[in-house]
Design a protein around this ligand. Structure first.
Ligand code: PBG
Length: 329
């Protein structure tokens, strides 16, 4: 026997879901195109853009195609561009990273000439694209990544990127003390106004997989000795944020995004500086791969994932869909 039901449910949450106009009226979270930053790859020594197979729709640009795509992204309303360089040759110390004629610095100059201050130009301040072993730093004799020797390389790279025209530098290498050293180097070289986007919580993640192809990475093994272990509690993430802020980070970033929304929420609640999140290569590729098989609504998944990341507290979202999403939002 069913119990007697009330004449009507006391609470009707469906009333406000009934029509598109009602739903629009009570919408809380809206991602704006200007919240989004487009990561872009530029490759040395190619005369046409090279598709990245594991990231359908994303390419390694030539300097020319980069300028054109950047101008289109700015016209679509993106808030910024994050640039990664893919050099023709790599070495043990990543010397292409701080060479003013290295591909990343050449491309930053070209981008700045193209878009000026109309958008925010960011450079990836890391050595892994430039080292022949693929690690985010220089190696000690025992093969481990040498924290303090790496910091000296980052200081030099930071000055090169500032001189090439970057507005913000993304310290993505996960060395201890990197933000402080980069801040000091920028100030000493006469660039006190160039800002730092501190990759504060950055987890050792399987979702970086497609990025290895995107930058022709030579990495064998993993980055677990310097990136965070996903099994640690949010307290460790907050310690990374506190250090980056104390050392002078102007924004902090959580990375990856979707598998770490709990971390993002905690960081957004605690951080005195704006918080970014990076929807990384693997997050992009899994939606694209499922959509290509007709298993998922691609545009729906794009908007839903970006909304989830914003709802969890991100003010800024790096996404390979940034330019396209501007039209979907
Ligand atoms: C380091 C860097 C990486 C990404 C951004 N900066 C690679 C890594 O840490 O392994 C990953 C971005 C992505 O997967 O989309 N240069």
């Amino acid at each position: 026997m069913l119990p007697e039901l009330p004449a009507y449910p006391a609470t009707r949450l469906r009333r406000l879901r009934r029509t598109p106009a009602l739903r629009r009226l009570v919408q809380d979270v809206a991602v704006r195109p200007s919240d989004l930053v487009l990561p872009m790859f530029v490759r040395e020594g190619v005369d046409a853009p090279v598709p990245i197979e594991s990231m359908p729709g994303v390419v390694q640009h030539t300097p020319d195609s980069l300028r054109k795509a950047a101008a289109e992204a700015v016209a679509a309303g993106v808030g910024g561009l994050m640039l990664f360089g893919v050099p023709a040759s790599k070495d043990a110390t990543g010397s292409g990273g701080d060479d003013p004629d290295g591909i990343l610095n050449v491309a930053l100059r070209a981008l700045r000439a193209e878009v000026g201050d109309d958008t925010v130009i960011m450079g990836d301040l890391c050595l892994d694209e430039f080292t022949d072993h693929g690690h985010c730093g220089v190696l000690a004799a025992d093969g481990s990544v040498d924290n303090d020797a790496t910091l000296r390389r980052y200081a030099s790279m930071a000055v090169a990127q500032a001189e090439a025209g970057a507005h913000l530098l993304g310290t993505s290498g996960m060395m201890d003390g990197q933000v402080g050293v980069v801040r000091a180097a920028l100030d000493a070289a006469g660039h006190p106004d160039i800002g730092i986007l501190g990759y504060a919580p950055k987890y050792a993640s399987a979702f970086y997989g497609p990025f290895r192809e995107a930058v022709n990475s030579a990495l064998t093994g993993d980055r677990k000795s310097y990136q965070q272990d996903p099994t640690r509690t949010v307290a460790e993430a907050l310690a990374e944020v506190a250090l980056d802020v104390a050392e002078g980070a102007d924004l902090v970033m959580v990375k990856p995004a979707l598998p770490y929304l709990d971390v993002l929420r905690a960081v957004a609640d605690a951080s005195p500086v704006p918080v970014a999140a990076y929807q990384i290569s693997g997050e992009y590729s899994m939606v694209e791969a499922a959509a290509a098989r007709g298993w998922i609504d691609r545009e729906g998944a794009i908007v839903e994932t970006l909304t989830a990341i914003k709802r969890a507290g991100a003010s800024v979202i790096l996404s390979y869909w940034a330019a396209e999403a501007g039209a979907l939002l």
